[in-house]
Design a protein around this ligand. Structure first.
Ligand code: AHR
Length: 356
């Protein structure tokens, strides 16, 4: 009897082991109860530690899944913007991402609509270049609630809650304004008379308009002879730049300097200055921001005296950030673009190498 009982216990144990092994095989190696966890359908490809076979396979699929990026662009208002759009489209293609691109035509409501549509389409990441700084919290919260990370490029938002976006990639616009101001301060350090400056601002409420004005004002304040006698928006476009400059020329007898927040407005203003029988770059000193090819041509002809560069080629940095966010890697909250400054002489030298 004893031997029977022993044999029975051994057989029962062996049977249970075999049964357990058979069950385990159907789900792969590792823990047998991995099935409920294998429902990772989102864009999150990251994960740590050992996984069951099912989860692992799903993760591999997820890693190989094409990343979908929804991008809402400001518009097509300037040469800078055209170069920026091309950089984003080319880089997305190179990275193998599916890009859903939307042009907001300089209207915030269009960007909000586009972001909501990206949320509905369940893209993996949303990126956008905000037309203006304010009024984004609601839609950014909607993206956050939907679990879709948001990346800001080129322009910032003024949201207090910085958890609403992953990172902001772009230029330091205040610094650009300071560089413009510093060049002017250096040029006019021995001025004995007032230097009358007119300013063509970018789109009202946009980060570059606010910051470029602030940085410039901060630096020129060191010389009381430097006076901004008029400042008005030209909406970052050539046509508006020309129109506003015409009005400035009518309203003010003596204009010594034009500070334009971008090349395009400066180029429009040059047309107005020439039409008024004046020589741009001589009768009126001109400072612009951006450094697009047309700006460089005007600078190399001596019509623009100083250009502060603003780099539009943000595509590669954006795609890297998208990949890092999807992979669950830490990304710095702020990624600042490197840029330089160019006098007319520098522009002449650099023109043949200018890509955009
Ligand atoms: O946000 C960047 C600015 O937007 C560029 O300086 C200007 O040209 C563009 O339209």
């Amino acid at each position: 009897m004893k031997t029977w009982r022993k044999t029975g216990v051994v057989l029962a144990a062996a049977f249970m082991l075999l049964f357990a092994a058979a069950c385990g095989n159907s789900g792969g190696s590792g823990s047998g109860d991995s099935a409920p966890a294998s429902t990772n359908t989102g864009g999150e490809t990251q994960g740590s530690g050992q996984q069951s076979g099912d989860t692992q396979t799903e993760q591999e699929n997820s890693v190989n899944k094409k990343i979908t990026l929804g991008f809402s662009q400001v518009g097509a208002e300037s040469g800078w913007r055209t170069a920026n759009t091309k950089s984003i489209q080319d880089s997305a293609k190179e990275a193998g991402f599916e890009l859903k691109f939307s042009d907001a035509q300089q209207k915030q409501e269009n960007q909000i609509k586009a972001i909501r549509s990206f949320i509905q389409q369940k893209v993996d990441v949303i990126a956008f270049s905000p037309v203006v700084e304010s009024g984004w919290d609601t839609v950014l919260k909607e993206a956050k609630d939907a679990g879709i990370p948001v990346i800001l490029t080129d322009r910032a938002v003024d949201s207090k809650d910085t958890s609403l976006y992953e990172t902001f990639i772009g230029s330091d616009f205040v610094e650009e304004g300071r560089r413009a101001g510093q060049w002017l301060v250096d040029q006019y350090k021995d001025a004995t008379e007032d230097v009358n400056i007119v300013e063509l601002q970018g789109t009202t409420g946009s980060a570059p308009a606010i910051d470029r004005q602030a940085g410039f004002a901060e630096v020129i304040a060191s010389n009381p002879k430097l006076k901004v006698i008029a400042s008005q928006t030209g909406d970052f476009t050539r046509a508006k730049g020309k129109e506003v400059m015409q009005a400035f020329l009518k309203a003010h007898k003596k204009i010594d300097v034009l500070y334009a927040h971008n090349d395009d407005m400066g180029l429009g203003a040059i047309q107005a200055i020439e039409a008024a029988g004046l020589k741009p770059g001589e009768d009126i000193i001109i400072i612009t921001v951006d450094g697009v090819k047309d700006g460089f041509i005007a600078a190399s002809e001596g019509k623009i005296n100083f250009i502060v560069e603003c780099n539009p080629l943000l595509g590669p940095q954006l795609m890297q950030a998208v990949q890092d966010v999807v992979d669950g890697k830490e990304v710095p909250k702020r990624i600042v673009t490197e840029e330089g400054v160019f006098t007319s002489e520098d522009a002449k030298r650099e023109l043949p190498n200018r890509q955009y």
